[in-house]
Design a protein around this ligand. Structure first.
Ligand code: SF4
Length: 381
């Protein structure tokens, strides 16, 4: 399975916590067809560098706000991709403020099967804090419109707004489940440098959510979703698995198309990761440059396999991960594994390791301790 990620870099307004590659614009100013043409050009250019034809492809259109993109223009890109491989999952990220019944129907007609809707919260004061353009009823209306168009639906929620209570998060979860979502992601609010929230934090006018606050909210989400039968299959994700994200978590290859998109492919003894130019105007030019590119050693890929795989319920098979990259992944981590197992932060079954679900909040610490620097690696965690 190969992932195809398409980054749509425009939004109606920039949210104050956002550090994604996204630029505020009016929907009328989006170059719908020119962008589709540039994505198809990039796809064809990258195909020359590797043989992706005949693969099973998962497609994820993220952003930015891809629901601003005219569905027929996106449909041209999907049609070209369909000539190259079987599209086993096509997901488009949507904002409630730009998704209605007509849009959902046209996305379905263009070949989209799944929408990931940025609900974030249904509480007016939290949506206002986050600078979102929609309100709670609008978000639920977008979910219902997507279901009515026979699309599979995932919802994103954010945990950690000032004063947010576990009961509020549970109410949000209840309401979106009631609206028919089959998948939920709950992300914790992070404050990134260089954003308006980052500036407020630097001036001590805004504090990051405390660990205790986040832990209370996370436990509430875990309990609420377990009682509604949603499988907690990854640290932040519940429900019917997102195949595209599994490509990343399992160390698979992916094409990144569009401004700021990352791509990755394996090479003999390692891999290459690139990021496209961040500038939409340059991206639309006939031969846009890569913004950045790095070579990854086999040891880097083992570290990444640990980092991403331990976020999954099933964890990782360390022996298989090492064998895949021609390295011994077990010996350099043996002492850390012993220690983490003793502390109850890891479970071991043969060469398989997993973090017990009730310790997932500590996943970053566990993963940090399992990073091995110096085994031919050129990067730290
Ligand atoms: S809608 Fe999403 S991508 Fe756009 S500015 Fe807000 S958080 Fe960022």
């Amino acid at each position: 399975m190969i992932g195809v990620y398409i980054h749509f870099p425009w939004c109606l307004r920039k949210c104050p916590y956002c550090d994604f590659t996204s630029y505020a614009t009016r929907q009328d100013d989006v170059p719908h067809e020119a962008f589709a043409g540039a994505v198809i050009r990039e796809l064809e250019r990258r195909l020359l560098a590797g043989d992706w034809t005949g693969s099973k492809l998962t497609v994820f259109v993220g952003g930015g706000t891809p629901s601003l993109w005219r569905p027929e223009a996106l449909g041209r890109v999907l049609a070209r991709l369909r000539e190259l491989g079987e599209l086993v999952e096509v997901t488009v990220e949507c904002n409630p403020s730009s998704l209605d019944a007509d849009g959902a129907t046209r996305l379905a007609a263009a070949g989209v099967g799944r929408l990931s809707v940025g609900v974030q919260s249904l509480e007016a004061r939290h949506l206002a804090f986050l600078g979102r353009l929609h309100d709670g009823p609008g978000a639920l209306g977008a979910l219902v419109a997507a279901r009515a168009a026979a699309l599979r639906v995932s919802a994103d929620l954010i945990a950690g707004m000032p004063g947010q209570t576990p009961a509020e998060l549970e109410r949000d979860i209840d309401a979106v489940v009631e609206a028919g979502v089959e998948h939920l992601s709950v992300y914790t609010l992070t404050i990134e440098p260089g954003t308006p929230f980052g500036d407020l934090q630097r001036r001590r006018l805004l504090a990051a959510p405390s660990d205790d606050h986040l832990a209370d909210l996370y436990e509430a989400a875990r309990a609420a979703l377990a009682s509604r039968g949603f499988e907690h299959y990854e640290v932040s994700n519940w429900g019917r698995h997102c195949l595209h994200n599994r490509v990343y978590w399992e160390g698979g290859q992916y094409l990144g198309l569009g401004p700021g998109a990352f791509g990755f492919h394996r090479t003999t003894g390692g891999g290459v990761r690139y990021r496209n130019t961040l500038d939409p105007a340059r991206y639309l030019s006939p031969s846009p440059p890569d913004d950045w590119r790095e070579n990854l050693s086999a040891a880097d890929l083992v570290n990444e396999g640990v980092l991403l795989g331990l976020r999954l319920r099933e964890g990782i098979d360390l022996a298989a991960l090492g064998a895949r990259h021609g390295l011994d992944a077990i010996a350099p981590r043996a002492r850390a594994v012993e220690r983490l197992c003793r502390e109850g932060l890891l479970e071991r079954e043969g060469t398989r390791l997993r973090i017990p679900e009730e310790r997932w909040l500590l996943a970053d610490r566990v993963i940090r301790e399992l990073f091995v620097i110096g085994q031919g690696s050129n990067r730290g965690p």
